[in-house]
Design a protein around this ligand. Structure first.
Ligand SMILES: Nc1ncnc2c1ncn2[C@@H]1O[C@H](COP(=O)(O)OP(=O)(O)OP(=O)(O)O)[C@@H](O)[C@H]1O
Ligand SMILES: [Mg+2]
Length: 441
């Protein structure tokens, strides 16, 4: 008994709920408080119902999907989860960069916590937030002191002028509120929120790629999330409301076959230039009926939809940053990245190196639950780990600076008080977000 009590003191549980358009997953990890090592012990999964293009369209159905993924995870781990960090697809999410500057006085002095708070506040006051949007992540991406750029953590450094560049990730307030409400109705209290493109980036990127410059494109069922990193910092984040479901729908429409059949046959398509295979027939069975369709025709539909996604949408996002700043090219993930030959095809369209990647921790995840479609799910654990180590790396979720400020202040407390837990900071930030929501609705 005593030994197990001791063990619990040392180990804490982290859970991540990933609400996607086609599947909802729940990842559970054990984290060693002393070493910071997180061990994934289970990934539950369930089909999502009640979402379209990344947005909740049926509250009760989404609650049921969450409950099913919870049940699945509990069956796998024997652990009942009642609190989780929640990842959502973030349709209509966008990022805005802003800069802030403050004077530290006429003679050089050391930067203290309050200065960091003030400079972030100054940068946020520059932003004009779109109507009915809220900030999900406030990410200080770079500090400068007296013009010296590229400072990660200015605390304790000396100068007369402190500057910061901040990336604010914003989502429609109602979307965020729906996500929180669904999770809570399913019995999960929300420890923090994370948008899919950020979670996917944390899930699949190597530190080397982030440093050199890279774009992550997560193509899910209803959305495509894009995160672009330049010089080690998040430069841009966006979500396009196109995903694999659109490919399936196109196939069903063009070939006049049931959706289930279209979903099945699209997984056999190879985007490589093997024209000989185009005359082949792909067989399917759906709703008790068997049928076959022409491989060339399916190929054309899949190719056209993906070409449109990259040519018309992804390219524009990359152009805003400049592909010259992305020597590590593009990393594709999400369920659609499993399409055969997609890396070569996208590389041709974008004229950049492309690789397909699943979660970096895939070998620690259960087989069948560790592929590309679990990139964002795995990223949640990474996010929580970073938050634990560096509470100032990602601030949020917060609507007003008041909640972000709470977390900044708690860092000072942490140094004195060993028992401080950054999750509590997130919790207090979240109660701030909730209060603000209450005022709004
Ligand atoms: N082998 C495969 N080949 C092609 N497409 C696939 C394959 N496996 C899965 N997909 C497609 O991937 C999509 C689901 O991906 P994923 O699980 O990443 O989405 P999601 O997280 O539920 O949705 P979103 O993130 O957009 O909200 C579906 O459209 C599915 O058809
Ligand atoms: Mg997803």
């Amino acid at each position: 008994m005593e030994a197990s009590a001791k063990m619990y003191e040392k180990i804490e549980l982290i859970a991540g709920l990933d609400i996607g358009t086609t599947k909802t997953s729940l990842i559970v990890a054990e984290r060693d408080r002393h070493t910071g090592e997180a061990q994934i012990i289970g990934v539950g999964s369930a089909r999502s119902v009640g979402l379209r293009k990344g947005l909740i369209v049926n509250f009760e159905h989404v609650v049921k999907s969450i409950a099913s993924s919870l049940e699945d995870a509990e069956g796998m781990t024997g652990i009942s989860v009642d609190r989780a960090f929640v990842c959502f697809s973030g349709a209509l999410t966008t990022s805005i960069t802003s800069k802030g500057m403050i004077s530290l006085g006429s003679t050089p002095r050391q930067v203290v916590e309050a200065d960091i708070q003030r400079v972030i506040e100054a940068s946020l006051s520059e932003i004009s937030m779109p109507n009915n949007y809220c900030t999900v992540h406030t990410i200080p991406i770079m500090y400068s002191i007296d013009g010296q750029r590229g400072i990660d953590d200015p605390l304790g450094m000396t100068g007369v002028r402190l500057e910061v560049e901040v990336q604010s990730i914003m989502s429609p307030t109602a979307t965020v509120q729906n996500v929180i409400n669904c999770a809570e109705r399913a019995g999960i209290s929300v420890a923090g929120l994370i948008v899919k493109p950020l979670a996917s980036a944390l899930g699949v990127l190597t530190p080397g790629e982030i440093l050199s410059g890279v774009a992550v494109v997560d193509i899910g069922g209803g959305t495509t999330g894009i995160s672009i990193y330049v010089d080690g910092a998040l430069k841009k984040l966006s979500v396009i409301q196109i995903g694999g479901d659109h490919i399936t729908n196109d196939i069903a429409r063009v070939l006049k076959i049931p959706i289930e059949a279209a979903e099945e046959i699209k997984k056999h398509v190879s985007l490589g230039e093997d024209v000989d295979a185009f005359d082949e027939e792909i067989e399917y069975a759906a709703q008790g009926k068997r049928g076959a369709c022409n491989a060339g025709q399916v190929h054309e539909v899949v190719y056209n939809r993906l070409e449109e996604l990259f040519e018309d949408f992804v390219k524009k996002e990359l152009r805003d940053v400049g592909s010259i700043l992305l020597p590590s090219g593009v990393v594709l993930t999400g369920g659609v990245a499993k399409t055969y030959g997609i890396a070569e095809m996208v590389s041709d369209v974008l004229g950049m190196p492309v690789r397909v990647a699943g979660p970096m921790e895939s070998q620690k995840m259960p087989p069948g639950r560790n592929g590309c479609e679990y990139a964002s799910t795995a990223g949640i654990i990474k996010y929580v780990n970073i938050l634990e180590k560096y509470p100032l790396k990602f601030i949020g979720p917060s609507i007003s600076f008041a909640s972000a400020g709470q977390q900044i202040k708690t860092k000072a407390r942490r140094e004195k008080d060993e028992s401080f837990h950054p999750f509590e900071a997130v919790k207090s930030a979240l109660s701030a977000i909730k209060r603000t929501f209450k005022e709004l609705f």
